[in-house]
Design a binder for this molecule. Structure first.
Ligand SMILES: Nc1ncnc2c1ncn2[C@@H]1O[C@H](COP(=O)(O)OP(=O)(O)OP(=O)(O)O)[C@@H](O)[C@H]1O
Length: 405
């Protein structure tokens, strides 16, 4: 183990009691009868954090993010597994945690400093900067029990980031601040990052994670679902969230690499209204990077002697059915085979300009310049794009910058 934080296979389970009395009954039972159910909040997390990393922790409500951070800070102990920390931690876990409600803001600053191992003299040196940063005016000498959540956040941030921690842990605290305070905190966090402080950062604003963190970990149902470059993990996570919102369930649309609707033999359908069918669609892979080559093979069958003006169209959509691009062979004056038999055409995007996300392709067979639809397959294949963070938006548009002054 050589990271600043090394976590090996930790499991954290909570005991759930139906009634408060059950906890007591269990404690005093002479034969140690169980009155609880186990709930596994974290189930085998292994993670190594290097010094200087800024790691975003992503996950739905209840996925286990706070539990993980509390284990790292030592507020909780794991049910099993090992955690090794090689540095001084400063954490903003829950607003108000670590503050004594009866003490004033100023007294709490000293209290926190002492808990971090600083002497009173050292805190005398730091307190001016902390009070300036918190910027809560006369409230600094009021008991913190009268603070608003915004004031708590200001004080907690001010203390945590001004005590030179090796590891700074921020659990959603930024969300309560206004834009100006958030900017100030991010600036300060950037400064700490540039000095080598390791930062663990939970935020529901995944764009914040993308921009601020170099790495990210996505926790799903107590396990690591994805980890790595922050931008790539955020793309995967956002896609998942988009789908789970769309479907209102935990089902994620499966990425489809190929769709086959064919039979081995060429058989003319008994229904004379069927003139032509799409029988197979294949995409070369289903995970891409921006500017990769995409190849889609479309196999189709023609049951008429000939279908004049037959065309194939391929349409690209976002998961919420935003239409991005839909070329067809007729518009591009490509003559495709239109006589009875089985045929195959290939659609190639030499350099895919989309930035990140999951996309779907529809394939259609038409005639009469696209007016009559002979067969249409919606969402016939899907693919996913993830990248290191290099731009924002949906597509990469060629551009340049010029300095004019
Ligand atoms: N003390 C506890 N006793 C029992 N269950 C708990 C306890 N603390 C947390 N849990 C459960 O463990 C799971 C993980 O909780 P945790 O707070 O770590 O999630 P989270 O990802 O931080 O969620 P959020 O985004 O809502 O803060 C949840 O289902 C929660 O109900």
């Amino acid at each position: 183990m050589d990271g600043i934080i090394d976590i090996k296979n930790i499991v954290k389970s909570y005991k759930l009691y139906d009634k408060p009395m059950d906890r007591f009954k269990e404690a005093i039972h002479p034969f140690k009868k169980n009155y609880h159910k186990e709930f596994v909040a974290l189930n085998g997390i292994t993670l190594s954090v290097e010094k200087g990393d800024a790691i975003g922790i992503l996950g739905k409500n209840g996925s286990g993010k706070s539990t993980l951070l509390k284990l790292i800070t030592g507020v909780l102990t794991p049910t099993s597994g090992e955690i090794e920390i090689n540095g001084k931690i400063s954490a903003i876990l829950e607003l108000g945690a670590g503050f004594n409600p009866e003490y004033t803001g100023r007294e709490n600053i000293y209290l926190n400093g002492l808990m971090m191992g600083y002497t009173r003299e050292k805190m005398d040196e730091k307190i001016g900067a902390i009070i300036d940063f918190a910027d809560i005016g006369v409230f600094i000498d009021q008991a913190v029990k009268v603070y608003s959540s915004g004031m708590f956040a200001r004080l907690a941030f001010a203390v945590s980031i001004n005590v030179e921690p090796d590891i700074l842990i921020v659990d959603e605290a930024l969300a309560v601040g206004d834009a100006r305070f958030q900017t100030k905190c991010i600036d300060k966090m950037k400064e700490l990052k540039s000095k080598g402080t390791t930062i663990l950062f939970v935020s529901h604003a995944s764009e914040q994670v993308k921009r601020f963190c170099n790495k990210a970990v996505w926790i799903k149902n107590g396990r690591i679902e994805a980890e790595g470059d922050s931008s790539e993990v955020v793309d995967l996570y956002e896609d998942y969230m988009r789908y789970s919102n769309l479907e209102n369930s935990d089902d994620v649309i499966e990425l489809k690499e190929s769709a086959e609707v064919s039979h081995d033999d060429f058989v003319i359908p008994s229904n004379p209204d069927i003139l032509s069918l799409i029988t197979k669609v294949n995409i070369n892979k289903n995970k891409f990077k921006t500017f990769d080559e995409v190849e889609v093979e479309v196999e189709y069958e023609v049951y008429e002697k000939t279908i004049p003006g037959l065309l194939v169209g391929v349409a690209l959509y976002t998961p919420d059915r935003e239409y991005i691009f839909g070329p067809n062979t007729h518009l591009e004056k490509v003559k495709i085979p239109d006589i009875r038999g089985r045929h195959k055409v290939k659609y190639v995007i030499p350099s895919l300009p989309l930035l990140g996300g999951t996309y779907q392709l529809d394939v259609g067979l038409f005639n009469n310049e696209g007016i009559v639809c002979l067969d249409y397959k919606q969402d016939v294949v899907s693919f996913n794009i993830t990248n290191k963070y290099f731009s924002e938006g949906l597509v990469y548009i060629n551009h340049k910058w010029e300095i004019l002054n």
